[in-house]
Design a protein around this ligand. Sequence first.
Ligand SMILES: NC(=O)c1ccc[n+]([C@@H]2O[C@H](COP(=O)([O-])OP(=O)(O)OC[C@H]3O[C@@H](n4cnc5c(N)ncnc54)[C@H](O)[C@@H]3O)[C@@H](O)[C@H]2O)c1
Length: 389
Amino acid sequence: MAKLRVGIIGTGFVGPAHIEAALRTGLADVVAVVGSSEEKARAVADRYGIPRAYGDYHQLLADADVDVVHNCTPNHLHFPMNRDVLRAGKHLLSEKPLGISSAETGQLLQLAREAGVVHGVCFNYRHYAMVQELRQRVLRGDLGEVRIIRGHYLQDWLLWETDYNWRVDPALGGPLRAVADIGSHWLDTVQFISGQRVTRVFADLATLLPVRRRPAAGSRETFTSAADAAGEPVRVESEDAATLLLRFDGGAIGSVTVSQVSAGRKNRLVVALDGSRAAAEWSQEESERLWLGYRDKPNEVLLADPALVSDAARSALHYPGGHNQGWPDGLKNLLMAFYSAVRDGARGDAVRPYGFATFDDGHRMQRILDAVRLSHERAAWVAIDDDNL
Ligand SMILES: NC(=O)c1ccc[n+]([C@@H]2O[C@H](COP(=O)([O-])OP(=O)(O)OC[C@H]3O[C@@H](n4cnc5c(N)ncnc54)[C@H](O)[C@@H]3O)[C@@H](O)[C@H]2O)c1
């Protein structure tokens, strides 16, 4: 079957990661890159041998040779660009969060359904082999009834006052920061693993650095910092950290701490499930390991070895045990699932078995984020609004 022809918008941190992952799937050619200028796009296109470089995404939409678009731009551009991609009738994988308000994400979901294209949101942590394995074990009943869902997602790249990025500005990143940026990944991952959906939240948000120094250039690149840089002091409105209490529709209680100011924690997404029979814990930074806890026999650590895991996890492993796979491979697996759905002609609910998050999931995630904000404002439990989903 002919390879899909992919266009990527965004040349910062995650855009090139999408290019590499797309090329490694073997299912797609990346035929065009869009940057905020043609020069930036050309530099990235040349690095990967990509023929076309555009300085305006409308050029990509007009390009009849492009089947699939990946939107890898800052959050405030997700809505207008996603809307226009859908109107152009191209398959669309959007980076998370899907938008910055549920008015936006609701409209995008509606448009995506009408367009009849494959739509996805880049919740890539679902696609790690040991996350797939844990999901299979929950489905099989190995853990019994999952009663407690716990964890954290911690980073340190915004620890200092001199750390500044577009995410800090609510006009560009959205009104929630740490919870929308990384908490959403944690929430998606635990809902995927447990099969339980968050129904209520009690949120406590904290802006621990009320002033940051914005560099003259306006923003530093994602995951970069400059401790000694001068910069204009700006008041920060969005949260650096948060704690959330959670209730799930399968009866589980839960809690998560989210922080972008935790020294030494680079990309520490940890999920832990306590069931009536057994427990499990998985950490993104040691992603080839799955800890399994028992009351009546010794605990186990399962290594990501194709010979030892379920079919679902095996299909996410591309090397023998001990040849550790990680973040770039989770993204590759997500793209393989998405492209396979496009190539197979799956549309609407028929894409569910492919396992990637769709705009339905992205919109409901935004409803959870809305509830997080409201809960913090009211200092009270808030139920997720499930009307008209
Ligand atoms: N799924 C993940 O694990 C993951 C990881 C990192 C980032 N992200 C998401 O990816 C998105 C981008 O984040 P990032 O860290 O790569 O940011 P970034 O700032 O590193 O890159 C954003 C890029 O978008 C480009 N851009 C800005 N305006 C543009 C325009 N009008 N046309 C074309 N390009 C334009 C910028 O030039 C820049 O290259 C965000 O929504 C973020 O939440 C997801």
